[in-house]
Design a binder for this molecule. Structure first.
Ligand code: MN
Ligand code: MN
Length: 474
């Protein structure tokens, strides 16, 4: 006969903190996994840097470039590992399964673009002996957060001769940093009366990059500070002012990810959204050998601005890569391609909002994620009556509960804030168009979209474990 206490224990679901279950050895694993992540997130601050790093590690783990296999007239068999690189900004990684692709895949999909300030095409100007750069912010940013902090410049300059120059300024300890000024409080009487959204305007996010004039015979010569900067850029990178027009230069917070909290339980970093889910997806896939179902990790660009363009999730890149893969396996037809997609299961790996005791009013405590309670499932996202959401099927969620519990993964479930408080979307609905099962799940954050975001090391670790369990079992 079951005791009354036991009966109650089975009936009530308590979402628990992952920390409580860890042994000493588990704690070591959690902390050491986060060290690898901290290195990655400190180094990879653009889409291109992420793709490059993922390819370098994947190649060491036996992944081959799909393009190379095609060019060499090769073929693909179960167990093979391949990647497809789209313009250096989107990446699809495959571990080919023993079952035919037609039976469907197990897909982890994350995005590797993050909110930031992009340099405009013609950015450089001089104003009152200061050299400045015009920017256009990218993604959803609270503009007032981007002033008065050290910023770095990452990106590429594509030169007319076809060469590509890679730029990283502001990350080494002896590198200079740049930044956007804020108004001194003493003279901010008018500014402080404005609404938060208008306190700092988008067009005022100009970066200061220098103040020494180039030395000339004629000190009345115009724009001597700008010329000095162009000189420096030319010496270091061999570029001229016109080269900015074919550049992708992203201004991002300078410096490494840091342990956060006196107990070092969290990581403060730029770009957790969504590189924490990209990294955990990638690490989960790297742990897969000879699966039954083909396992995929997708790292896409442009999520923060609507998944548009050739490198966004709405492009045909993934579908085309899959068609190539099926062809290399001697098993391509339009119908089989469609079946492969429709029979797939996917985790749309994206971050969630963690409950923040400083801002309790925007959350509904029963349906919010908590830092430390593990991988967070969002059955639906969207806003105002679930608009724009991918509402995952109940049966699919039930399957995922089974898998997570079987593998002892700590997981929780959440909505992005109170009803009618706001909302958001992900790439989930785009893949769902193929008729596959898709659900959003990932790491909960504090400070989402701020220059420095916070994630729990326990959640990062449980997320990787959850993604791995999904690839093995779904
Ligand atoms: Mn995201
Ligand atoms: Mn985002």
């Amino acid at each position: 006969m079951v005791s009354r206490q036991k009966q109650n224990a089975d009936l009530v679901k308590n979402y628990e903190y992952a920390w409580d279950k860890y042994t000493k050895e588990d704690m070591d694993r959690v902390f050491s996994f986060s060290e690898g992540y901290k290195d990655f997130i400190s180094k990879c601050k653009t889409e291109r840097e992420c793709v490059k790093e993922f390819i370098a590690i994947a190649e060491k783990n036996g992944f081959k470039d799909l393009e190379t296999v095609i060019a060499e007239g090769g073929s693909v068999k179960p167990g093979d590992k391949l990647y497809a690189n789209n313009m250096g900004k989107t990446l699809a990684l495959f571990v080919v399964g023993t079952q035919s692709l037609e039976k469907g895949m197990r897909i982890l999909g994350a995005h590797i673009d993050s909110p930031r300030l992009d340099l405009k095409q013609n950015p450089l100007y001089e104003d009152t002996n200061l050299a400045m750069l015009e920017t256009h912010y990218y993604g959803g940013v609270k503009k007032y957060q981007w002033v008065a902090l050290p910023l770095a410049i990452h990106g590429v300059v594509a030169k007319k001769d076809g060469s590509l120059v890679e730029v990283v300024i502001g990350e080494d300890d002896d590198d200079p940093v740049v930044g956007v000024s804020d108004l001194l409080i003493h003279l901010a009487a008018d500014q402080m009366e404005k609404k938060l959204a208008k306190g700092i305007e988008g067009e005022d996010l100009n970066i200061c990059i220098g103040s020494i004039p180039i030395s000339t015979e004629d000190s009345s010569e115009k724009e001597r500070v700008k010329k000095n900067i162009l000189n420096l850029l030319n010496q270091k990178y061999g570029i001229t002012e016109e080269d900015f027009v074919s550049a992708e230069l992203e201004v991002v917070p300078a410096g490494r990810a840091r342990d956060f909290g006196l107990d070092r339980s969290m990581v403060m970093a730029y770009g957790h959204d969504d590189r924490v889910c990209a990294y955990t997806s990638f690490e989960a896939l790297m742990r897969i050998e000879n699966p039954e179902k083909t396992c995929v990790a997708l790292m896409v660009d442009k999520e923060e601005i609507g998944s548009v363009g050739a490198t966004g999730m709405t492009s045909k890149f993934f579908e085309n890569s899959l068609a190539e893969l099926m062809n290399l396996m001697g098993d391509y037809s339009e119908l089989k391609l469609r079946r492969a997609l429709a029979n797939s299961r996917m985790l749309s790996c994206d971050v969630s909002a963690g409950f923040d005791p400083n801002y309790p009013s925007v959350m509904e405590k029963q349906n919010t994620a908590y830092l430390g309670k593990g991988l967070t499932f969002n059955k639906y996202t969207g806003s105002r009556g679930k608009s724009g959401s991918n509402d995952a099927n109940a049966e699919y969620m039930a399957l995922l509960r089974r898998i997570m519990d079987k593998h002892g993964v700590t997981w929780q479930t959440a909505e992005l804030g109170r009803v009618d408080q706001g909302g958001g979307g992900t790439i989930a609905f785009i893949l769902a168009e193929y008729g596959m099962e898709v659900i959003d799940c990932g790491v909960p954050l504090h400070n989402m979209h701020a220059p420095w975001e916070i994630a729990s090391k326990a959640d990062i670790y449980e997320t990787m474990r959850g993604y791995h369990a999904f690839l093995m079992e779904a």
